[in-house]
Design a protein around this ligand. Structure first.
Ligand SMILES: NC(=O)c1ccc[n+]([C@@H]2O[C@H](COP(=O)([O-])OP(=O)(O)OC[C@H]3O[C@@H](n4cnc5c(N)ncnc54)[C@H](OP(=O)(O)O)[C@@H]3O)[C@@H](O)[C@H]2O)c1
Length: 241
């Protein structure tokens, strides 16, 4: 259903080809936003784009590898030329590898995790925040994780990226709120997607959060009246495993 706060807004959603990002894109599109879908795989992006179009929404696909700073720079330039602004940025794309203690974690894996989960949100904020500041409006919504609140043995690089994301974004929130630009964090527990070898997906539907549950929270955040914002949401599955 269209929503006055979201209708006509330009939303950029990373990791929009699957899981949580696809659910967020479908939800924001249903609320009347034009959704810019970002991920690597063009065919998976196109599928989500087609599903949004079939439901009467507006979306466009922009394949980009977010581990590559040059690709991000090129993409953001293209998007700003085409749309002149980004109203809602959802930093959702993320990777996680689980199974190795930190002392056995490859440098390449460490760097890739930090590049996608932490550096890309910084580069995207850096590209889009100036336009939001000029407009005195904008919302940057970051999909963190409960791994940013707890020790996560055998996933220390992932935990570091998400603790880092929280620290970076609560700091940016303080920098940007004076311009009426809002920055929020959503930290879910296990969500039923293909993430991290699909471990969360193996749980029963009551034991894992659904991607649509996170999309509902993004919708709530994005449609809040101007004078306040929800800075952080922690989301837990109702049943513990
Ligand atoms: N699922 C969970 O249990 C869970 C819990 C807490 C937090 N989260 C967080 O939620 C976010 C989304 O997770 P999800 O469960 O939806 O995962 P997912 O189903 O694996 O989807 C990940 C998305 O990110 C994209 N992506 C991965 N690497 C990329 C890259 N280098 N460049 C651009 N896009 C890339 C993927 O598309 P391509 O492969 O086509 O690039 C896909 O669209 C992540 O930040 C994750 O940390 C997930």
């Amino acid at each position: 259903m269209q929503n006055d706060f979201v209708n006509g807004k330009i939303s950029v959603i990373t990791g929009a080809s699957a899981g949580i990002g696809a659910a967020i894109a479908k939800k924001l599109a249903a609320m009347g936003s034009r959704c810019i879908l970002i991920a690597r795989d063009p065919s998976r992006l196109k599928k989500v784009q087609d599903e949004i179009a079939a439901a009467g929404g507006k979306a466009e696909s922009h394949p980009c590898d977010l581990s590559d700073a040059d690709q991000i720079e090129k993409l953001t330039r293209t998007l700003l030329q085409a749309h002149a602004r980004c109203d809602i940025l959802v930093n959702n794309a993320g990777i996680g590898s689980f199974g190795s203690p930190l002392h056995l974690t490859d440098l390449a894996e460490w760097e890739r995790t930090i590049a996608i989960n932490l550096r890309a949100p910084y580069l995207l904020l850096r590209a889009f925040a100036p336009g939001m500041i000029a407009a005195r409006s904008g919302h940057i919504i970051n999909i963190s994780s409960l791994a940013s609140k707890n020790p996560v043995p055998n996933a220390a690089a992932y935990a570091a990226s998400k603790w880092g994301l929280n620290g970076m974004m609560v700091s940016a929130a303080e920098e940007l709120r004076q311009y009426q630009v809002r920055v929020s964090l959503i930290a879910p527990g296990s969500v039923q997607t293909g993430f991290g070898s699909g471990l969360a997906a193996q749980k029963s539907s009551l034991g894992a959060i659904q991607p649509e549950d996170i999309a509902e929270i993004v919708a709530l955040l994005a449609s809040q009246a101007d004078q306040s914002f929800i800075s952080e949401v922690l989301v837990r599955p109702t049943l513990k495993k």
